[in-house]
Write a new protein. Structure first.
Length: 298
């Protein structure tokens, strides 16, 4: 059994196709096919089934995946040890993050990473929570900030981010010190698009309600401006709020609703130096109190 065969197998499982696996590994598709054929011949089993919709692992393939992934990860650790890469991480690290995380912690995180690990070159990619998870599985990024839980990824808890109702200043509910989701029933609702949406919808469903959605809005700043203009209310997490707010009122939810954020990596890669460096810096910043302060209106 060759390392190249295990790497091809893992890449196919992560990316969903021979073509994508070849692209991720930087080799030809025929080389990937040859590696899998050799691995299946040696094991005496079929590891996957190919059809027009992609690749599906057999029962034997699913059992073989994690041992193969561990083999690939261990070989990377050996390579880094030989080349002395375990002391100071270097190279390009591709990080996926959402708009609802980037507003508050991301600038401090990038600055601290540069200070502690100047040999790291950081590439940022912004997307929804689902996109970030897909990019991780498909080798499009190395590390992502994701909502927990996430199946099929290695995750490390980072922080809990409280949700707030956002109201126009002259709204009839703006004087309240806390609000229940049920009090938003029937109110024109501006739905934030992306990873936050699933959490907001779940909160309404738990209360036996559906939000009266007037608009779906992707950009957080546009969303806040629409609330300030009286076009509706919304619910946002603390980290999504910019340092300065338009004329809106933030009211805590009761009972509190929080989203659980974590650092996601591909299985078997969380102990690699680059990932370990990022996790260490991110978790140290998450312990600080300054990001928990609510912004003020301007």
């Amino acid at each position: 059994m060759k390392l190249s065969q295990c790497a091809a197998f893992v890449a196919i499982a992560d990316t969903g196709s021979f073509t994508n696996a070849a692209r991720a590994l930087g080799i030809s598709q025929s080389a990937v096919s040859h590696a899998i054929a050799g691995l299946e011949a040696e094991l005496g089993v079929s590891l996957m089934v190919r059809d027009r919709s992609g690749v599906e692992l057999t029962d034997a393939g699913r059992r073989a995946l994690e041992p193969a992934r561990a083999t690939v990860a261990q070989s990377e650790r050996v390579r880094q040890a030989v080349h002395g890469e375990g002391t100071e991480p270097e190279g390009i690290v591709r990080i996926g993050t959402s708009q609802s995380f980037a507003a508050r912690l991301l600038p401090a995180l990038m600055s601290e990473l540069h200070t502690r690990h100047p040999l790291l070159e950081i590439e940022l990619r912004e997307g929804s929570d689902a996109q970030i998870a897909q990019w991780l599985r498909g080798h499009g990024i190395d590390i992502g900030i994701v909502s927990l839980p996430k199946q099929g990824l290695a995750t490390v808890p980072l922080l809990q981010d409280e949700m707030f109702t956002v109201l126009p200043l002259d709204h009839s509910l703006a004087a309240h010190t806390e609000l229940g989701i049920h009090e938003l029933d029937g109110e024109p609702f501006l739905m934030p698009v992306g990873g936050i949406e699933a959490l907001v919808r779940a909160a309404f469903r738990t209360a036996g309600l559906e939000p009266a959605i007037s608009h779906h809005v992707r950009d957080i700043n546009a969303l806040l401006a629409m609330v300030a203009a009286g076009l509706g209310t919304t619910v946002l997490p603390r980290l999504a709020l910019p340092a300065a707010l338009p004329d809106v009122r933030l009211v805590p939810l009761s009972p509190p609703i929080v989203r659980h954020l974590g650092i996601g990596t591909r299985l078997g890669s969380q102990d690699l130096p680059v990932a370990a460096a990022f996790i260490d810096v991110a978790r140290s910043l998450a312990l600080r109190n300054d990001w928990r302060r609510l912004p003020v209106a301007v």
